[in-house]
Design a protein around this ligand. Structure first.
Ligand code: GDG
Length: 461
């Protein structure tokens, strides 16, 4: 790659956490930076007094440049506009979104502030790649601060339909700022289509068939780059960790029982309540399953200081308790609900041990868990993926049992079908799903985005 890669993301994965603890995205970014050499810039995760100084940490080929946020910046930029306005609205939950002018001002201010901190670290040939909804105005901020660099942006979450986007009061300014990037990446064609509609109807501007956008006096490229995983590494980790402690003790408990597994950040977009209720219906409809199936939901809490997250946690605790109280036996707990994190490789081994991957978000940019679940399976005896049609991953994993998470009866039917699916059908579905996992793996995502960013750089030169 010509030019150094500079990744900008809200959170920088701390180098000491190492490769194996990181989530799929962090692993991918780490790989790209490690190969080509580069800089990773963003928030350190710390809030408080020392906000302001940029800390540099050089590890091998990667320089980590991080900064703390002041309490006010954290409240307005992160907890406020990013996670209480943009996140819910972009996930079609504008009923949960609030808008506060001061928080929006804080969001813009922090983007400016971060941009000014990055400027002294930049070299003339750098390529800048910003990630996700926290950084929509970051290119505009960098350009105002004098940066002539090519800049790309990847949106990890869905891009909402125009009428939903319009519920965010500064939608026009946000989209104008987005057009300051040179390359815009979306997870699915639906997201790109929503962006195209907005540009055509509201910007005003045009997006042609090759994704060339003319809007706000700028020419840029918008395209679909579905994020992937490294399926071989996942399969290998799933096998290697099968004999480790939490996996073996779960297997010992299961014995003949079938395992349904879900792993999500504890977030209202992930459809956990609907999923619990569909599982309850399964137990209600099929008494022969009592004692014979266990549903493990791993849900590490996130954004615990945002009110909507406190509410969903409370509701889920109530539902898990109620359903278990209704069906449990002395030697069987139907739902094992765990509000904690596990090591990544342990998760992959748990996926392999599970008969069903139960992945039913109400809305999701991609959903890497769906891909990880499939990649972790034993090809000779694979489990079945029950997948929401509203996860970006459903575009590629068409051989999953696709469900509408708002239709509880359909989800219950899918669980029942999955539990009794014959081996040949499971194998055929597994093989079909592995094809896109290989052909659109994480390096394809990285390389195709970076190639387009380099083309944009050549055009700017
Ligand atoms: C955003 C978009 C898009 C989960 N629990 C633990 C753990 N995880 C890992 C999973 C997976 C990752 O975190 C979660 O990725 P998802 O894609 O499922 O969801 P988001 O966090 O919402 O991510 C999403 C993604 O960005 C990438 O573009 O797919 O749509 O919302 O890798 O395995 N990892 C460890 N312990 C846990 O307990 N180590």
């Amino acid at each position: 790659m010509s030019g150094r890669l500079v990744i900008v993301s809200n959170r920088v994965a701390p180098p000491q956490e190492g490769y194996s603890a990181a989530g799929g995205l962090a692993v991918g970014i780490f790989d790209a930076l490690n190969k080509a050499g580069g800089l990773w810039f963003g928030w350190s995760g710390e809030v408080g007094a020392e906000a302001g100084a940029v800390k540099l940490d050089v590890r091998g080929n990667i320089t980590y440049a991080t900064t703390a946020l002041s309490r006010k910046d954290y409240d307005q930029y992160y907890r406020g506009f990013s996670n209480a306005t943009l996140w819910p609205a972009f996930h079609y939950r504008h009923d949960l979104a609030r808008y506060d002018r001061q928080e929006y001002a804080g969001y813009l201010r922090v983007n400016d502030w971060l941009a000014r901190r990055l400027i002294p670290l930049l070299r003339p040939n750098d390529l800048i790649w910003a990630h996700d909804y926290h950084l929509i105005p970051f290119a505009a901020a960098l350009r105002n601060a004098g940066s002539p660099h090519p800049m790309g942006f990847f949106l990890h979450i869905p891009f909402p339909a125009t009428e939903i986007l319009r519920t965010i009061p500064p939608h026009a300014a946000l989209i104008e700022a987005l057009c300051q990037y040179d390359v815009l990446g979306f997870q699915t064609r639906t997201d790109l289509q929503a962006f195209t509609d907005y540009i055509g109807r509201r910007a005003p501007g045009t997006v042609n068939r090759s994704g060339v956008v003319h809007a706000h006096g700028r020419t840029l490229k918008a395209a679909v780059y579905p994020i992937g995983v490294y399926p071989e590494a996942i399969a290998e980790a799933a096998q290697r960790y099968a004999k480790r402690r939490p996996v073996t003790s779960l297997r010992a408990y299961l014995q003949h029982r079938k395992l349904i597994i879900s792993v999500d950040r504890l977030d209202y977009s992930k459809g956990l309540i609907e999923r619990f209720l569909a599982f309850e219906r399964l137990l209600q409809n099929a008494p022969e399953l009592h004692g014979n199936v266990t549903f493990v939901q791993i849900a590490p809490p996130t954004r615990t200081d945002v009110q909507a997250y406190q509410r969903i946690r409370h509701t889920l605790e109530g539902e898990a308790g109620r359903i278990n109280g209704r069906f449990a036996q002395l030697n069987w707990t139907p739902i094992r609900y765990l509000n904690r994190k596990y090591e990544r490789n342990v998760l992959m081994a748990l996926f392999r041990a599970a008969h069903i991957g139960y992945v039913t978000p109400l809305r999701d940019g991609m959903n890497l868990v769906a891909k990880e679940y499939v990649a972790a399976q034993d090809p000779n005896d694979p489990g079945v993926l029950v997948l929401s049609q509203f996860a970006g991953a459903a575009d590629e994993l068409t051989d999953a049992l696709l469900v509408n998470p708002f239709d509880l009866a359909q989800m219950t039917d899918a669980l029942q079908t999955a539990l009794s699916m014959p081996l040949e059908q499971r194998q055929a579905r597994y093989r079909a799903m592995m094809q896109p996992l290989h052909s659109k793996n994480l390096s394809v995502w990285l390389n195709s985005f970076l190639q387009d960013l380099q083309r944009a750089a050549a055009l700017r030169a």
